[in-house]
Ligand binder design. Structure first.
Ligand code: TIU
Length: 224
């Protein structure tokens, strides 16, 4: 067993052999200019700050030979998995499926839907394409986690209050213990990130735990 002693709202004890890392939607469409995030009116440069810590977190799991799952929010080229409510919401400069500078916005197989090169999955790591904000909805994520006997999920990625929080809540309802790594997640809205971290930890960890990367590192490797 390992313990993240400084996790909030209290120490998280977990078994590393039944733990996986899930990196949510670190795609060019959210992190780079010209993609989905920017068409929604966001300053995507804010998200770039977490890339080095997220890369270190992925390396930590690779070093321990623990499962790593990468997700990508994207849709089929024929848009058959895109509800009209999602396509038509708001007033983006480009809608999902429209051609943009990184290919069609949020479409599987287009350059914009790729994970950013700094965090590219290695062969053997699981990549889940998901049509929703939550990674369990309409995917085989649950099947992978049962096959791997995973009980604890460590979360990273973007955006904190949208796809990360939605997936963490889905995981919570399915009986997983979940910890979000604070410096490996980001939002276009700093106040929403802060609120999400507070919500997760509130009421005795109603959704799960939070910690920093170095606190998790210490739990897996001992003090540096
Ligand atoms: N818009 C926003 O903050 N997020 C998303 O649309 N998707 C994810 O969070 N991945």
């Amino acid at each position: 067993m390992a313990t993240v002693s400084a996790a909030l709202p209290f120490a998280l004890e977990f078994d590393p052999t039944t733990t996986a890392l899930i990196v949510i939607d670190m795609q060019r469409d959210f992190v780079e200019p010209g993609g989905f995030g920017e068409t929604l009116g966001n300053d995507v440069s804010l998200l770039q700050a977490i890339v080095p810590t997220t890369a270190a977190l992925i390396e930590l799991f690779r070093d321990h030979n623990l499962p790593i799952i990468h997700t990508r929010e994207c849709h089929q080229p024929d848009l058959s998995d895109l509800p009209s409510s999602k396509r038509n919401r708001g007033a983006p400069s480009l809608r999902i499926g429209d051609p943009g500078p990184m290919g069609r916005i949020l479409i599987a197989g287009e350059p914009g839907a790729d994970i950013i090169p700094e965090l590219s999955p290695l062969n053997g790591e699981i990549v889940i394409d998901k049509p929703g904000k939550g990674a369990f909805y309409a995917t085989d994520l649950g099947t992978h986690l049962s096959r791997l006997n995973v009980r604890t999920l460590i979360f990273a990625g973007v955006t904190t209050e949208v796809c990360v929080q939605t997936t963490m809540r889905e995981a919570n309802d399915r009986g997983f213990d979940s910890l979000l790594v604070e410096d490996a997640t980001e939002s276009y809205f700093p106040e929403f990130k802060a609120a999400t971290l507070a919500m997760i930890r509130a009421q005795g960890g109603i959704v799960g735990w939070t910690s920093t990367y170095s606190q998790l590192f210490e739990a897996l490797n001992g003090k540096p």
